[in-house]
Structures are given as structure tokens and as C-alpha cells.
Design a protein. Structure first.
Length: 186
């Protein structure tokens, strides 16, 4: 028999490698590829197993899933959400007596802060018209002090509200169209 005809029992030999690599080098390349495939299959199997067990577990090294101190977690949340200015203003409302003084703090209470870019208004309610007038006179100095504490441009205007009068109810002792108590402001 000649080699010209190929029979069913003939052995197939690999074609000669054009790069000149020997059989040992080819075996190493094939072994490396098989190991990488096995690692990939193992990693996929581990992920499926961990998903069935309820997700990844924290290991010995620190990562994002580990417990954090409450202060740093809140600071990170405030920074991520962009709540720096409202949080700072909230802190000012808590320290109101130290910022404006005890006498003024007894009679004038901050109500809200509007953080619209063109407004930035702090609304303050006073318990009498006299204190509301006093606060209106002190407003420029108070705005400067608040901006010194919070950062320049945080508060542009202080809106002063006078005492909140009684509800406008009509009854036997009230004239229609009256405004309530005699101490009305605004």
C-alpha cells in the first residue's frame, strides 16, 4: 500500500507549526489554555454557589461591605447626595442661640431655609413686632455672620415674619374683616 490513498485506519498527524515550536512548547501552550478555561469555569461555579447562599461574604480584608462608623457613613451620604448646604444650615438652626445671641434667640426662631440658587433665603419668625423690627435692622450683620459660618453666599436674605395671629374666625365678638390680635406685623 502506498501513502497516496488515505484509509480509515490512517493516523492523522498535526501539521508542522510554521513558527518552529516543538511538541513540548505546543503542549505547554495547550496546558496553559486548559488551566485558564478551568479557572474561568471554577470562578463561574463559585459565583453561582455564592448567589445561592445569599451573596458575597466579607473576608479578612477591609472592603466596602464592612461596617463603618456612623459619622463617616453619614458624611459620605451627605457628600454623595449633595446635601452639604442644607446640612450646614440645619446645624446653624441648632446653634441659633450661639450665633445670634441669647436675647434675640429667645424671641426670634428660624423657620426654614430656601436653597433655590437665585434666592437662598432664611426665614425667621419673631414673637412680637418689636423683635421683628429689631431683627430687620440687624439682618445685614446677621447675614454676614451666617455667611462667615456657612460659607460665602449661602444666605443672601433674611425674611422676617412677625407674630402669627389668631385664626380669622368670625364670631359674636369679632367684626367681619378684622385681622385678629392687635399685635400684627407684615
Amino acid at each position: 500500500m502506498s501513502n497516496a490513498t488515505s484509509g480509515a485506519g490512517d493516523e492523522q498527524r498535526p501539521a508542522a507549526d510554521p513558527s518552529g515550536a516543538s511538541g513540548v512548547d505546543l503542549a505547554r501552550v495547550a496546558l496553559r489554555a486548559a488551566k485558564e478555561q478551568a479557572r474561568a469555569r471554577g470562578a463561574a461555579a463559585r459565583q453561582r454557589t455564592q448567589a445561592r447562599r445569599g451573596g458575597l461574604r466579607s473576608g479578612a480584608r477591609a472592603d466596602g461591605r464592612d461596617p463603618q462608623p456612623l459619622g463617616s457613613a453619614i458624611s459620605r451620604l451627605i457628600t454623595e447626595r449633595g446635601w452639604e448646604t442644607p446640612a450646614a444650615v440645619g446645624g446653624v438652626m441648632g446653634r441659633w442661640p450661639q450665633i445670634v445671641g441669647e436675647d434675640l434667640a429667645k424671641h426670634c426662631v428660624p423657620q426654614r431655609y430656601d436653597d433655590a440658587p437665585d434666592e437662598r433665603v432664611l426665614t425667621v419668625r419673631c414673637d412680637s413686632t418689636a423683635w421683628a423690627t429689631q431683627l430687620r435692622l440687624l439682618a445685614p450683620q446677621l447675614v454676614a455672620r451666617l455667611n462667615e459660618t456657612l460659607g460665602q453666599g449661602t444666605v443672601r436674605l433674611i425674611r422676617v415674619l412677625g407674630p402669627q395671629g389668631a385664626d380669622r374666625r368670625f364670631g359674636p365678638l369679632r367684626a367681619p374683616g378684622s385681622r385678629g390680635s392687635g399685635d400684627t406685623y407684615g
